[in-house]
Design a protein around this ligand. Structure first.
Ligand SMILES: *Cc1c(COP(=O)(O)O)cnc(C)c1O
Length: 397
């Protein structure tokens, strides 16, 4: 990278700024300490408390806290009764968990292409991929922007499909004024530290459907119940419980639930600050012809998790890697969201081939995620803007 010496002499940032970072305050720390001093480290009252807050935030009836966002997707796919022979349509521009969870259930992921402007799954491509075997859609609110829910719900209704919304990026987002979580049959969240709110590891499934809720509760804890009305055999006494379906140990601890509960109290502030940062980036980068911005649909009031710059490669003398490396030399932490899932050797071994989703593949070659997190100061944001402009002008054709 000798070329970088030209402008890399003094990086814009003295110390590396990450592309994402959790924000933990004293209230968060105290909430965890309180649990450690209490009787319940797991299966205690903090789980219900956090679940109730998720219901308040989303307006949905039921929330099931679970060990992580991947387990949430697995549970949702299982509650949707997905199995061998079933096809599930999803997007390749996502974290592998979205389609892995379909595979966990023995069903087959079918990748629909994205809309090249919004980066979200394209309803027209979904329609093209529907067969007699299609049973569900796993739609991902990529970067936090809600998918085209009206169109996708219409497709689900027409073809009798279950809609699972992977909302790992979109807690706090509203679609047509309705919070994400209160729209799809099931919505999943992740509380990994890079996401908008965190519990260290953690996830949740949100639903309004009581039957699905009951299945999710069983799935989270071994398929075991202590509720007499669910038991197959006669209750034999106070110690008695029954395993009535096959489940997992996907529980969260009260330590995590307490942290989540405390973080959820800050959600509104988190979302507000993220929107301000996005606005500042949008203003700056809309003036840069080498950068294409993600199109925002009017229906989505977006709690943005990721900020992506798309490079207009025709106007640059380098490729995405050149820009990425230069930004890293400026101490700007970057990432690429995402490598199309079916590019991975494992998916290739299942028979998926490159060329499947041309828009997703073209986008992948041109995107970089730049820092976006609550704790960024205006100076940090302006520093990132300066670094991006510096790198772009260096490589301007
Ligand atoms: C983070 C993420 C997941 C998985 O969540 P974990 O909590 O890390 O298991 C699933 N889908 C998407 C789109 C994600 O970004």
């Amino acid at each position: 990278m000798e070329e970088l010496a030209l402008y890399g002499g003094t990086p814009v940032f003295e110390q590396r700024i990450g592309y994402g970072h959790q924000y933990i305050d004293e209230a968060d720390i105290q909430s965890v300490v309180d649990v450690l001093k209490s009787d319940f480290l797991t299966c205690g009252p903090k789980i219900k408390e956090a679940e109730e807050k998720l219901c308040d935030i989303t307006g949905a009836k039921y929330a099931v806290l679970i060990s992580n966002g991947t387990a949430a997707l697995h549970a949702a796919c299982s509650a949707a009764s997905l199995g061998e022979g079933d096809e599930v349509i999803t997007t390749p521009i996502t974290f592998a968990a979205s389609s892995n969870s379909v595979l966990y259930c023995g069903a087959t992921p079918v990748f629909a292409d994205i809309d090249y402007a919004t980066y979200n799954i394209d309803p027209k491509s979904i329609e093209e991929k529907i067969t007699d075997k299609t049973k569900a859609i796993v739609a991902v609110d990529f970067t936090g922007q809600a998918v085209a829910l009206r169109e996708i719900q219409a497709i689900c209704k027409k073809h009798n499909l279950i809609l699972i919304e992977d909302g790992a990026h979109s807690i706090g987002t509203k679609y047509d004024g309705i919070p994400v979580g209160n729209i799809a049959d099931m919505t999943t969240f992740s509380f990994h530290p890079v996401k908008t709110v965190t519990s260290g590891e953690g996830g949740a499934i949100i639903t309004n459907d009581e039957e699905l809720y009951k299945k999710l509760i069983l799935f989270r804890a071994h398929g075991i119940t202590r509720e007499p009305q669910l038991m197959i055999n006669e209750n034999q006494g106070g110690w008695y419980y029954e395993e009535i379906s096959l489940g997992y140990n996907y529980r969260v601890t009260d330590i995590q639930a307490a942290l989540l509960s405390s973080q959820l109290d800050k959600l509104e502030g988190f979302v507000k600050r993220r929107k301000e940062i996005v606005e500042r980036y949008n203003q700056a980068f809309s003036q840069v012809p080498e950068i294409v911005l993600q199109e925002e649909i009017p229906e989505s009031d977006t709690a943005r998790h990721l900020y992506i710059i798309q490079l207009c490669l025709e106007k640059l003398t380098t490729d995405r890697k050149g820009i990425y490396d230069a930004l890293v030399a400026e101490n700007v932490g970057c990432n690429v969201h995402y490598i199309p899932v079916y590019y991975f050797p494992y998916y290739q071994s299942l028979g998926y081939k490159k060329g499947l989703c041309p828009n997703a593949e073209k986008l992948y070659d041109r995107i970089i995620s730049i820092p976006l997190f609550y704790g960024m100061s205006d100076e940090d944001v302006d520093g990132v803007i300066t670094a991006v402009k510096k790198v772009i002008s260096y490589y301007r054709r």
